[in-house]
Design a protein around this ligand. Structure first.
Ligand code: NOJ
Length: 538
């Protein structure tokens, strides 16, 4: 069913900015807030409705900002609160909403709350974090493991207890079962809402609520999707996250957001490889987190069969009235156009899929020009994860944005050393070059965003299964009062024909020469081609 009055976060397109890597205005080789402000005209030109900025708060940068030591300020590396206000105002002037990262599960071990908490067992903030005694043999309180490898417990010599850290030991987990912690974290959100932000992307949203008894996790008997998460994948995470109490928490969080004018929104990082478990995160009345990320496309092999299973799997389990969301990648995942993922030839097909599916799309910076991973040797890596579990590092997908063909690609002034190396193809793959090229991924992305905005069927129309279709192809329909669209995608490097995808007119396609052309019942697709066909008979 089409939502009666669709919300901006349902019809809009979100763009993720990893601030270290987007644009460096002050010449230190690290991107900053003023750099983002300087590129807002580009984002307005591209047509995105909102930006999500990954953390820019004061941080020792053990996990590049996901270890926050002050939730309500800006790290000098990124600028100041005045720079943030300027960015927010300039974005709003251009009709772009600003979402910021809310990191509720853990602080930095340098956060004053934690320094206080670890100062003694009787500290008034002791219970703001998760402290436990060792087991009689001196081992950690349970078998939970860190998502970044090894036990999730760190021994504190001074106070003779372990503290819990789901990520690095520099990222101690907050205890959300303590009402004072919860109030303090809600205050953090209010501070930014008062400042005018349009909402939050909530980092590892389900992690905040764990089993109150901290029971052991059982082993994972299968080598399913979790295996990509290294040691963490060896357990079934029944007790260390997503306790049902999270529903009440996020209901309260949404209520708090709704006390502010202007449709403030929460987008939760809420993935689970099992579609049904993921769907349960929606809860019955869905009055919780507005948009739930799912990484089913990101994790799926780029084959027609797997992509169909990912899309239909999500569509099939969505509760009535629930709103999906889609991403091809983010700052934790290999870039979509990388050879090891879908490959450059499929960059257009992926973008066309992302921007025609039912649900809020988020574009990761650089995806719109088909940026690929930049290999970094383990010895040169910046991401601590690479050093702990070689191969899992996330530096490759965080390389500087490729703006133009100048030295440093317009990311930083010539002569500056960027914090991560630039891609070797930056002189040929960049915004300036692609903006002038009517056949570029960027031009296609911009056209798709515009079409998605103009055509109600694309932003709110229903999803309808289509097919089966020939091997290597995937097709689906978007249907609404304003018409019927068939999206037909060829995920192979060979020609394919899809019966019954027409007749109609091609509204847009990965290859510009198809725009506005008529197709018959059988839609012929060239290698790596995808089209949106508007049916003659709606
Ligand atoms: C998920 C974030 O996307 C990732 O970059 C970070 O390392 C972890 N959460 C911990 O905050």
């Amino acid at each position: 069913m089409q939502p009666k009055q669709p919300r901006w976060w349902q019809t809009g397109v979100v763009y993720e900015i990893y601030p270290r890597s987007f644009a460096d205005a002050n010449g230190d080789g690290v991107g900053d807030l003023a750099g983002i402000t300087g590129r807002l005209d580009y984002l307005a030109w591209l047509g995105v409705d909102a930006i999500w900025i990954a953390p820019f708060y004061p941080s020792p940068m053990a996990d590049f900002g996901y270890d926050v030591s002050d939730y309500t300020d800006v790290d000098p590396l990124f600028g100041s609160l005045a720079d943030f206000d300027a960015l927010l105002a300039a974005a709003h002037d251009r009709g772009i909403r600003v979402l910021i990262d809310y990191v509720p599960n853990h602080t930095s071990d340098q956060h004053p709350w934690f320094t206080e908490s670890r100062s003694s067992r009787t500290s008034p903030k002791r219970d703001w974090y998760v402290w436990r005694d060792a087991r009689p043999d001196g081992s950690p309180p349970n078998n939970w493991i860190s998502m970044f490898a090894g036990t999730a417990w760190k021994w504190d010599e001074a106070t003779d207890q372990f503290y819990l850290h789901t990520f690095l030991s520099e990222q101690p987990d907050l205890n959300w079962r303590n009402p004072e912690t919860r109030d303090a974290m809600f205050d953090v959100a209010r501070t930014w809402l008062d400042r005018g932000v349009d909402g939050f992307r909530i980092d590892v949203a389900p992690m905040v609520m764990k089993d109150p008894e901290l029971r052991d996790n059982p082993p994972n008997p299968s080598s399913d999707e979790l295996s990509r998460l290294g040691a963490w994948g060896t357990q079934l995470h029944l007790h260390d996250h997503a306790h049902p109490d999270m529903h009440e928490l996020y209901r309260d969080f949404r209520r708090m957001l709704e006390t502010y004018p202007g449709e403030r929104v929460s987008i939760g990082e809420l993935h689970h490889p099992d579609h049904h478990v993921w769907a349960a995160y929606y809860s019955e009345r869905q009055a919780e987190i507005h948009v739930r990320f799912n990484f089913h496309l990101t994790y799926s092999p780029w084959t027609a069969e797997a992509v169909r299973a990912a899309v239909e799997g999500v569509q099939g389990v969505l509760p009535d009235g629930a709103w999906a969301s889609w991403v091809l990648g983010n700052h934790d995942q290999p870039r979509f156009a990388s050879p090891a993922r879908a490959g450059r030839e499929q960059a257009r097909v992926g973008m066309l899929l992302l921007l025609t599916l039912r649900g809020t799309p988020t574009i990761y910076y650089g995806e719109e020009i088909g940026m690929v991973d930049v290999p970094i040797a383990t010895a040169d890596s910046r991401d601590p994860l690479e050093r702990r579990e070689p191969g899992r590092g996330r530096d490759p997908e965080r390389s500087p944005m490729q703006w133009d063909a100048s030295p440093n690609a317009g990311f930083a002034a010539p002569g500056v050393v960027p914090w991560l190396p630039l891609a070797s193809d930056a002189t040929t793959v960049n915004v300036a070059g692609q903006a002038e090229n009517p056949d570029s991924v960027l031009t296609l992305t911009r056209r798709l965003i515009a079409l998605r905005r103009e055509h109600p069927v694309l932003h709110v129309g229903d999803y309808e299964s289509f097919g089966p279709t020939p091997k290597g192809t995937f097709a689906f329909r978007r249907v609404g009062l304003e018409g019927r669209l068939t999206i037909a995608l060829n995920l192979t490097g060979e020609e394919r024909s899809i019966p019954d995808a027409g007749p109609g007119r091609v509204l847009i396609g990965t290859h510009r020469d198809r725009h506005g052309t008529e197709v018959s019942a059988v839609v012929d697709l060239r290698p790596n081609e995808a089209v949106v066909v508007e049916s003659r008979t709606a």
